[in-house]
Design a protein around this ligand. Structure first.
Ligand SMILES: [Zn+2]
Length: 375
């Protein structure tokens, strides 16, 4: 019971349950938010002319409060296999229709339609090819785009002209593999971006120091920084899938950001428990003690399987290996207390393209978990 209560509180905290401000728990497809709709939601398109002369219209929502304020952008699915932000955008559209009080919100749920249609990271990739194999079609590196360039650059250009160039703050929402927990990738030393990273609801946050872009701009965040806008990236957990827990992290993060920027009423709702800054120093890897098949453990109260994000105590069972040499079960225990950042392994950093990369067979010495100590 204690554990269930804790989980409920964690969920409630992550979902931003509060008496004041939008109740995002109710904002699924059966929205029961009874607050009146006060803002018009426009659906518009960023239209690119592709190399073959055809048009590609990328849809987006724009919600205007009619009052001065920041213009906040959510850019989701720059990579076609990272789609959980699509539902995040849809729920935010409903919340903004009722609760946006200042400024405007721009929501691009499917930034890279060509990659989504091929169900891959980038549109030019074939089977088993991870994102890094793309030759010039990684949308995240195609900014600010080029109306005479390749089709990905043309899409970036159309999105920039129709949406991005109007925005003062942006959240670039991605998903990494499901063996890793959701994390906010924030910057330090860049004043407009600072508030965004402070109030997201991922358990983990990591920081890199901001430095002025050198040379030609290609990345989305650099483009925003160059214009004096604020930007952060977020990675939800899990590609090729839609998970309620992850969608809620995205929605509550964006609602908190809107509150922090004075665009919605109320104060940001902090996560339940402690935020964990992940650094090389406080991260402890757990290596497979032998070769075999890894089976993750249940949580201590047996209520559910352990997953990345969960808290663990020193000595707690993380799982076991069924070894290929003698079939004698080998338990794997947490060497420190903290939060699980990784559980299981993505072999060869190929998870965004390959099922064998997600296989539970571990080689001896392979990293099968990472625990980040609470400071
Ligand atoms: Zn991505």
């Amino acid at each position: 019971m204690k554990q269930n209560r804790r989980n409920f509180l964690k969920l409630a905290g992550a979902a931003g349950m509060s008496l004041a401000g939008p109740d995002v728990l109710l904002s699924d497809a059966r929205s029961q938010d009874t607050a009146p709709v006060i803002n018009k939601v426009a659906v518009d398109h960023a239209v690119a002319t592709l190399e073959d002369g055809s048009k590609l219209a990328t849809p987006f929502w724009r919600i205007e409060s009619g009052k001065d304020g920041p213009s906040l952008l959510l850019l989701a699915a720059q990579h076609g296999n990272e789609v959980q932000g699509v539902e995040v955008a849809r729920r935010l559209m409903e919340i903004c229709a009722r609760h946006l009080k200042a400024g405007s919100v721009w929501l691009v749920p499917m930034a890279n339609l060509r990659a989504i249609r091929t169900r891959r990271h980038s549109a030019d990739l074939g089977p088993e090819q991870p994102g890094r194999f793309s030759k010039g079609h990684n949308l995240q590196e195609a900014w600010p785009g080029d109306p005479q360039g390749n089709d990905t650059q043309r899409v970036a250009h159309a999105l920039d002209r129709a949406v991005v160039c109007h925005c003062t703050h942006a959240v670039d929402l991605h998903c990494w593999n499901h063996f890793w927990a959701a994390e906010t990738l924030a910057v330090t030393g860049h004043e407009p971006s600072g508030p965004l990273g402070e109030v997201t609801t991922t358990r983990f946050v990591s920081y890199r120091a901001w430095s002025p872009p050198a040379g030609r701009i290609t990345s989305f965040s650099q483009l925003l920084y160059q214009r004096g806008a604020g930007a952060i990236a977020m990675e939800l957990s899990g590609q090729f899938q839609m998970q309620e827990r992850q969608v809620r992290i995205g929605v509550t993060s964006l609602v908190n950001i809107a509150k922090r920027l004075g665009m919605m009423p109320g104060e940001p709702t902090p996560i339940d428990g402690r935020r964990v800054e992940r650094t090389a120093k406080n991260s402890h890897t757990v290596q497979a003690p032998c070769a075999g098949i890894f089976m993750p453990a249940q949580q201590e109260d047996q209520s559910a399987a352990l997953i990345p994000d969960d808290p663990v105590e020193k000595g707690q069972l993380l799982g076991h290996i069924i070894p290929e040499r003698d079939l004698a079960t080998v338990p794997v225990r947490a060497p420190v207390s903290g939060h699980l950042w990784q559980l299981g392994a993505c072999h060869g950093v190929l998870c965004d393209a390959s099922l064998p990369a997600q296989h539970p067979y571990m080689e001896e010495g392979e990293t099968l978990a990472m625990i980040v100590e609470r400071s």
